[in-house]
Ligand binder design. Structure first.
Ligand code: HXC
Length: 514
């Protein structure tokens, strides 16, 4: 073999070793895979095309000349997932803690550019201690290059970030700019400043887990959308998400071979709404009965549980599902659920995925905190997202659609294509309790023994308004259907709407109330 080939093979071999055998062992001892092992799980066998495997930094300060590793702590390139092309990067914690360098940035930016130009999804596997401290402000500029490309690609190609270790400092913002963030239940953290810095600045003591652990971001901050039990599951979730999404915003999502009869009716849906209007039920049961068997994947399941969003299939086609969840806070719309719904609606709209909305909400949540923290601004996001969306939109009112929330949850006046209601629907301007107190205040106060009790007034109000018939009479509801018919009705409607063409007025961009 000639010298040039020997040199190449040696360098490639070194690149395969990352930070070396000892660091790899440490990584494994922590229950973590290496960057290359992760990519092997993610990509179809033999499909990976690596780029920049031999790139290294040229720094000499801080002993860096002794710490040169081919690839510089990140593996980047292209591959296929279930036969579909993707661009990928995986940070290698075994090299300088996966810290983010100029070279890392150049490598990521290259695949970001190629992914955007070729219209293929970008997936980032993150495991990094943040900006490489030895590089000083170089790594700050390097982040800026990546963020810019994340933003330019937003809404054009799907971008998914998987957090498989620490994700600290500037490293958090690239995932935050992407469409989905997946974290593993253990060993996955995101924070802009770690516990030590927080203690020195504010005096607060907190563990990494309590500061930026998986459940903090999935249940509280809303930064992450999915929790995986381990790395393998995180990677499988990534593939699952991609299966619902198109390669880019000019394509439709892939249809899979239908496997569940389109005309299937679910008799049990006719009895699923409890007789007592205040009794909760789990809207997941309705969704699972309606969509293709086992096709529902909930997104953001731990955050703002009074709303539910996720992907499913109807007759093999991807749909986005949005629903109020009566089993949590009665399905009320509040600040966090508004953010959750608005974000998901925009993702569906960007990627040509029709939206099916199940409505059962008593309205926007009253309260001083809600008002002071901006329920008006956040609630407006739901209205904005639904109005702006041009994909097919179908709503089904299963029970309560009261007040502003009736409008916000994809009403006909807000460009919903088809509005269905079950006979149990209650479409009214406000709840019976509040309404009679306003309407009959004088009668109720007039005498100690009014001719009608408050209960009788409420009953009268309910009889008149707590049904879908007035809305149907006025054309606000297109059809009242038996609950069991929901699946075939949706599939037929979506078939018609598949060729829907609707455009918004030309503009640079709207001013969503963020
Ligand atoms: C250079 C780093 C590094 C970094 C870790 N390492 N982070 N090297 N720059 N940012 C190195 C460590 O020195 C160590 O090398 C090796 O990686 C493994 O790190 P450990 O600390 O031993 O691992 P662990 O105990 O698991 O802790 C991981 C960690 C911790 C929690 C990520 O390393 C950490 O707190 N790092 C700093 C996190 C941080 O504050 N980043 C913010 C940077 S500023 P040796 O050779 O000793 O084993 C930033 C601002 C940008 O990002 C803002 C842009 C908008």
């Amino acid at each position: 073999m000639n010298d040039s080939l020997t040199r190449l093979r040696e360098l490639r071999e070194k690149a395969m070793q990352g930070g070396g055998a000892e660091r790899i062992k440490q990584q494994h001892d922590r229950g973590k895979l290496t960057a290359r092992e992760r990519l092997a799980l993610l990509l179809d066998e033999g499909s990976f095309q690596e780029l920049g495997a031999l790139a290294t930094h040229n720094l000499t300060d801080f002993g860096m000349s002794e710490q040169r590793f081919p690839g510089d702590g990140i593996v980047t390139g292209f591959g296929k997932i279930n036969g579909r092309r993707v661009a990928v990067y995986a940070q290698d914690f075994t090299v300088l803690g996966g810290s983010f360098s100029e070279v890392q940035s150049t490598k990521i930016c290259h695949i970001q550019d190629l992914a955007l130009e070729s219209g293929i999804p970008l997936i980032g596997l993150n495991d990094s201690g943040g900006a490489r401290i030895q590089e000083g402000v170089r790594s700050l500029a390097a982040y800026g290059e990546v963020f810019t490309r994340n933003v330019l690609a937003s809404g054009v190609i799907p971008q998914i970030s998987v957090i498989l270790g620490p994700c600290a400092g500037g490293s958090v913002y690239s995932p935050a700019l992407m469409d989905f963030v997946i974290m593993t239940r253990r060993g996955s953290y995101m924070f802009i400043t770690g516990p030590e810095v927080i203690q020195s600045v504010t005096g607060e003591q907190v563990s990494m887990q309590d500061l930026g652990g998986t459940m903090v971001h999935n249940a509280k901050s809303g930064v992450a959308q999915l929790v995986a039990e381990n790395e393998n599951e995180a990677i499988q979730l990534t593939k699952l998400l991609l299966s619902y999404l198109p390669q880019n915003n000019t394509e439709d999502p892939p249809q899979i071979e239908p496997y569940d009869p389109a005309e299937r009716m679910e008799e049990r849906l006719n009895a699923i709404i409890p007789a007592d209007e205040n009794e909760p039920y789990d809207v997941r049961e309705i969704i699972q009965a309606v969509v293709d068997h086992n096709s529902f994947t909930e997104v953001h399941p731990y955050y703002a549980r009074n709303a539910l969003v996720g992907f499913a299939r109807l007759d093999g086609y991807s749909v986005g599902i949005v629903a109020n969840q009566p089993s949590f806070l009665a399905g009320v719309l509040d600040i966090d659920s508004s953010d959750k719904i608005a974000r998901f609606v925009r993702i569906c709209d960007a990627f040509n995925i029709p939206i099916v909305t199940f409505v059962d909400t008593p309205g926007y949540l009253p309260g001083i905190d809600q008002e002071h923290y901006g329920i008006i601004r956040h609630g407006a996001k739901v209205i904005y997202a639904y109005c702006e969306a041009t994909v097919p939109k179908i709503s089904i009112v299963t029970r309560k659609a009261i007040g502003g929330a009736y409008l916000a949850m994809s009403s006909k006046q807000m460009r919903c294509d088809l509005m269905l209601a079950w006979p149990t629907a209650q479409i009214a301007v406000m709840g019976a309790d509040g309404a009679v107190r306003v309407l009959y205040r004088k009668q109720l106060a007039a005498s100690a023994e009014p001719t009608k009790t408050i209960r009788e007034f409420e009953h009268e109000y309910r009889e008149k308004f707590f049904n879908p018939y007035m809305a149907a009479d006025l054309g606000q509801i297109d059809e009242i259907i038996e609950p069991k018919e929901t699946r075939p009705r949706l599939i037929r409607a979506l078939e018609v709407l598949r060729t829907k063409v609707k455009q918004n007025p030309p503009k640079k961009h709207g001013l969503m109330p963020v």
